[in-house]
Design a protein around this ligand. Sequence first.
Ligand SMILES: [Zn+2]
Length: 132
Amino acid sequence: MVRKNPASVPVPASDPAPAPASDPAPAQPLHVVATAPARRGTRHIPASVRRAVFDRDGGRCSYRDDRGERCRETLGLEAHHRHAHALGGPATLDNLELRCRAHNTLAAERDFGLEYTDFARGVTDRAAPERR
Ligand SMILES: [Zn+2]
């Protein structure tokens, strides 16, 4: 299996290096690799999960507009939590998808409100509203 290089999806340096090519262990099916446990209470996404999300989404933003057309952005992609991390959403393949910055911000506005995302981006100096 040939994997695309998810170079635009940052991988934390703390992730273990991939096994050397001489490793006799057989390749695991993607769904097994993609279920690596995430660290609870952190925003860490295991490298294996990031790669699986990148492969599944084809290295492209997964946002679809009202007409069903998918965004074509392939640069600056971020891992979007379908069920927000701040609300307990896990870092799993089923809960993550690739989003460009603009569409990830749009999702955050829908989850938390424009006032909160403006505060997070430093657009306003008003105090952030309480989370729901
Ligand atoms: Zn997009």
